[in-house]
Design a protein around this ligand. Sequence first.
Ligand SMILES: *Cc1c(COP(=O)(O)O)cnc(C)c1O
Length: 458
Amino acid sequence: MSKQVKYLLEESEMPTAWYNVQADFATPLPPVIHPGTGKPIGPDDMASLFPMDIIMQEAAVGPYAGRFIDIPEEVYDIYRLWRPTPLIRARRLEKALDTPAHIYFKHEGASPVGSHKPNTAVPQAYYNKRAGTKRLATETGAGQWGSSVAFAAGYFGLEAKVYMVNISYQQKPYRRMMMEAYGANIVASPSQDTAAGRRFLAEDPNHTGSLGIAISEAIEDTVTTPHTKYAIGSVFNHVLLHQTIIGEEALRQMEKAGEYPDVVIGCVGGGSNFGGVALPFVRDKLKEGKTTRIIAVEPTAAPSLTKGIYTYDFGDTAQTTPLVKMYTLGSAFIPAPIHAGGLRYHAMAPILCKLYDEGVIEAVAVQQNPVFAAAVQFARTEAIIPAPESAHAIHIAIDEALKAKASGEKKVILFNLSGHGHFDMTGYQMYFAGQLEDYEYPVEEVHKAIAGLPKVMA
Ligand SMILES: *Cc1c(COP(=O)(O)O)cnc(C)c1O
């Protein structure tokens, strides 16, 4: 039996708990602030959006204050459809690069919807079902998250309504059909279905939309529709918590392979797949004195960590959410239409922002043409067509492997392949036709956007 098949059959690598990094923080995360009162929000302020288990996981309180949080049996059972995901050594890529580095990747594209996102969609649907929710509202950018919610909601007998960023709705009809196949309702955002959507459409009837606008619509839908709660695919602490299953598995699998990574790499949009693979290694760094380099890779078109400012901002464009301290480009940010749709968010997960601020993790921004070059090199060596988002991580993994070659170091590199790119072939087509533009978000725009935000004295 090949090693990989054996891995798939062995459940011992699949952890039974998520890792709560908040338990290991020396100082707590900055409080989330109510924009009206200027005071920290409490659980009741979130109760219209989320079930209480999710709220407590978000704040890491009550039964969710410990370092390890047991995965509910019903969730574990569904995870087992595709977990543990394979950890693969990219030997053919190593050979093509002629590098002494060992390159490993975690293949989250092996999930039914093709990315890491069901790792959190399933527990979110589960906790909602248990709390009596009948319907979930959510937004989606490239469609990976919408597909995951559609799939998970269906498993627990919940209705799902998905607000899909208009440009992706146009560019990715198959993602839309996939969500419909799983039984969800989809609408292009901005839509006529919410007051926020109608407002943006009045400004521009052909609005391409943004994740921030779609979030505003999904939140409005949630608070105005009975028995409805909101599901979010990234940024939030509870999402990163659920995603830590990636890194917990990777730790066990690397140990089996007899290696420990010198470098851990992931792409970042809102930060969930990167947080998922990285946080267990952050634990080793904080608690065991490991010196692992942990690198977040973002697009130059949406460079929240490398060019953003660490300050309080809204999570959405209509400025309806509480204020959260994040590295942000400003909530009014409308991103350039790059093909890594999942990386076009204006801010970043607060957990990652804190770790970046404290120098525990690093960040780098890359242009989309070299990203697609890396994607193609990976496809031609390792046979998997990566999502354009994931290819950001591949790009830096290749750079690190080439640096190892130049210095003769035997470096061990681990990156997260957050998803496959089967629904992203338009981006590949444009790359092959030489039609992809590189974008660099101007730093002056960030300062302008930040100037308009409310001041928080926390
Ligand atoms: C959504 C998505 C991302 C970006 O979101 P994160 O929360 O930063 O992980 C990256 N890769 C894929 C394949 C995605 O679907």
